[in-house]
Design a protein. Structure first.
Length: 421
């Protein structure tokens, strides 16, 4: 538990948060605002307010900053990816070799992340921007690009088993594979590619590791800010816009152009809200039935980018079993952690979050049947079908059958690979 005197940081929003301060991202904004005020006023007295300090502390006002500080308060050593040791040439050589095959579907993002010392997202994005010539096309400043990508990567929570920067890198790699689809590749403009990759990289930034219902029932301020609708997705988008502006990456472009890019990024990221799945699926199906998709139209290309990002976001069951299984275990671990928190604080345990009742195989079978299969069947149709689509559908069916066998082969307790702490 927290070692500081918490009475100084009582949240005015929720009467229970005084007890939850150490465990939940519930009232950290108030907490850090207080901390911010204290530090700034103390510095001001000493005449030492530096803009750098102010900016640094201001950036503490995110889920990620909360968690870092929370670890500090508990006396644990914070870990900053990439800062601990330098990679030797062998690792860099292997990472470079992997990048030469970045468009293959069995790309092992976990290995790539280890080889890049936790910098998979930045490394991958820089590589893909080079591949597509986006830096030259949009006259991007390399220093600003690195600054922006570094901020995005850093704002993912490395302690989340699933929603971390490796998931973002995985989705980006999948998005790249979809952008290369023969049906699509020729039609895409540099702006489409830029937005597709940027949205994939940032689509879950600053994810707290709990879902929207959890934020609503704990009366998190983001839930009221976004009126209980697409709360997380709105936060991911607005955080991305904040980092774009802070880094100045698009500041050299005409204002209407950069504003349009921000809006389109929002539309793409908001499409990943799984509760809007049916809305997108029905429209997609209708277009395919009517054969009226015209990829010469920017609006139709944007819709396909939304669908592609949605596919990339939930493509784990379409990967080869060894990679797919790791993602499945990670996402369930994150669900179970939320369930543990809910149990601990006498909140109702959310669906899929009860480790005693929801096994990994049963969660995966439900996820594949209701979310992944219906979406990828239409994507398969759209690509007419491509070699990649056939490969993905093959993995999807095999993986589903494997989870079915595991479901009946073990009791729920046998399938638990993660123990409660
Ligand atoms: Zn995601």
């Amino acid at each position: 538990m927290c070692v500081v005197d918490k009475s100084a940081f009582v949240c005015t929003l929720n009467p229970t948060c005084h007890e939850l301060l150490c465990e939940l991202p519930l009232c950290f904004d108030n907490y850090f605002q207080t901390l911010f005020d204290i530090v700034i006023s103390a510095s001001a007295q000493q005449g030492e307010v530096e803009s750098g300090t102010r900016r640094k502390i201001k950036r503490l006002l995110s889920f990620q900053r909360y968690c870092h500080a929370s670890r500090l308060l508990r006396g644990l050593v914070p870990h900053t990816p990439g800062s601990l040791h330098l990679l030797d040439d062998d690792y860099l050589g292997q990472a470079a070799h992997m990048l030469s095959k970045v468009g293959t579907w069995n790309f092992d993002i976990f290995l790539f992340d280890r080889l890049t010392n936790g910098n998979s997202l930045v490394t991958l994005m820089c590589h893909l921007f080079n591949v597509y010539g986006l830096i030259h096309h949009f006259q991007l400043d390399m220093v600003k690009l690195h600054r922006f990508l570094g901020m995005v990567q850093e704002d993912y929570h490395s302690q989340n088993p699933y929603h971390n920067a490796v998931h973002a890198a995985d989705v980006t790699q999948a998005m790249y594979c979809y952008l290369k689809e023969p049906k699509l590749a020729e039609q895409l403009s540099p702006l489409d590619v830029f937005l597709g990759l940027m949205a994939a990289a940032a689509h879950d930034v600053d994810h707290p590791g709990v879902n929207q219902p959890f934020l609503i029932k704990t009366r998190h301020h983001l839930a009221s800010l976004y009126q209980n609708t697409s709360v997380l997705e709105s936060h991911h988008w607005r955080s991305t816009v904040g980092m774009l502006r802070e880094s100045g990456l698009l500041s050299h472009l005409p204002a209407d152009m950069s504003q349009d890019m921000e809006q389109q990024l929002g539309s793409l990221i908001l499409a990943t809200d799984i509760s809007r799945q049916n809305e997108f699926l029905l429209t997609f199906r209708e277009h395919l039935d009517n054969q009226d998709l015209d990829l010469q139209l920017a609006s139709h290309r944007h819709f396909i980018l939304q669908i592609a990002l949605k596919c990339a976001d939930v493509c784990n069951p379409c990967r080869v079993w060894e990679l797919s299984r790791q993602w499945s275990e990670r996402v369930c671990e994150e669900f179970y952690r939320q369930g543990d928190l809910e149990r601990k604080f006498d909140l109702e345990i959310s669906p899929l979050c009860n480790q005693q009742a929801d096994s990994v195989p049963s969660i995966q079978i439900g996820f594949i049947s209701y979310i992944v299969e219906p979406l990828f069947e239409e994507w398969h149709r759209f690509t007419e079908p491509s070699l990649l689509s056939q490969t993905m559908m093959g993995h999807l069916h095999k993986n589903k059958a494997r989870w079915s066998r595991l479901r009946y082969a073990h009791t729920p307790s046998d399938t638990q690979t993660h123990s409660h702490k």
